[in-house]
Design a protein around this ligand. Structure first.
Ligand SMILES: [Zn+2]
Length: 315
């Protein structure tokens, strides 16, 4: 198993030399410096594209976030990828909406064509046109997922590299448009993925990830005076406080509340951080839950659907 010096080819056992679409520069440098070792390679096909994933052992350089004392709250949404408590809005990857529209169109098209299931419940041969749509739908799904994943990785890398403490919600219950099941699924998986990535990336950077209690009303609380609204319809995109007159973007208000959680703990109790990088202590207000231990190892990819083949060099 080898990464070729031209950064564009790899050599795998049984498969030989293969050209890669992405540059292999990062991995190649580790191998050349002797700070990395390839253990195995997994080849899979997804959405009509071939991927190879290397499992490696890497000596990492110790890093610290550029602002180790800074706290940032992150609110994930649907309209945009995320809103930070600093006021920064991170947009969705470009053409996100167009891609979702295409998915909807293909789903409808698939339903109109003759699939493997007959109207009476029996099986029938699917039509060529049905299979064509099925393939196109698979590709469109893969493209949306890739774009989203890329955007999330860029976001979490930047967060972990910048802020010493990052506070996220446990579940994204704010900012989701009602009756949009597709959008909801995308947002939900994004939340879990952001947590997963931040867990291992804060581990690398020496930062800390705090996950708010799932019942903490980050959207309904006023970030100015602390008043909690009984009700806040999802259609209300602006938070208007009746107590102190604060008017603020809904997601920004939520992000600020998340960031304020950590400041509260530090003030009232003196901070205690355990091995799980969560704030600990029995007297902590509802809203401060230590993070759950991740069952997977740091940096391992999520479970993949479909077939894949893992290759190792024989020793
Ligand atoms: Zn207020």
């Amino acid at each position: 198993m080898r990464v070729e010096a031209d950064r564009r080819h790899i050599t795998l056992p049984r498969l030989g030399m293969i050209r890669t679409c992405e540059s292999t520069r990062k991995l190649a440098r580790h191998l050349e410096r002797g700070t990395g070792r390839i253990l195995s390679a997994t080849v899979r096909c997804e959405g009509g594209r071939w991927f190879v994933a290397f499992t490696c052992e890497i000596d990492r350089i110790e890093r610290t976030p550029t602002r180790p004392d800074a706290v940032v709250g992150v609110d994930l949404g649907v309209g945009n990828l995320a809103v930070l408590s600093t006021g920064r809005v991170i947009d969705n990857p470009t053409h996100h909406r167009t891609a979702l529209r295409r998915l909807r169109r293909l789903n409808k098209q698939l339903a109109r064509r003759t699939g493997p299931r007959a109207p009476d419940g029996g099986r029938q041969e699917s039509s060529r046109r049905w299979r064509q749509t099925k393939v196109a739908l698979g590709r469109a799904h893969a493209r949306v997922a890739n774009r989203r994943r890329d955007g999330l990785h860029k976001l979490t890398t930047r967060l972990a590299g910048t802020y010493g403490t990052i506070v996220v919600e446990n579940l994204n219950v704010s900012g989701m448009p009602a009756n949009r099941r597709l959008a909801r699924t995308v947002a939900d998986t994004g939340m879990g993925e952001v947590r997963r990535q931040l867990t291992y990336k804060t581990g690398w950077s020496g930062g800390r990830l705090v996950v708010a209690d799932r019942w903490y009303p980050s959207s309904k609380t006023c970030s100015g005076c602390g008043v909690v609204k009984a009700k806040l319809p999802l259609s209300e995109r602006t938070y208007e406080c009746t107590g102190c007159g604060l008017v603020l973007d809904r997601d920004l208000n939520a992000a600020r509340n998340l960031a304020a959680l950590v400041a509260d703990v530090a003030q009232s109790r003196g901070e205690t951080i355990n091995a799980r990088r969560g704030a600990v202590g029995p007297g902590i207000r509802a809203g401060h839950a230590p993070m759950k231990r991740e069952p997977r190892q740091r940096g391992t990819p999520p479970r993949q659907r479909g077939g894949s083949l893992t290759l190792t060099d024989k020793h």
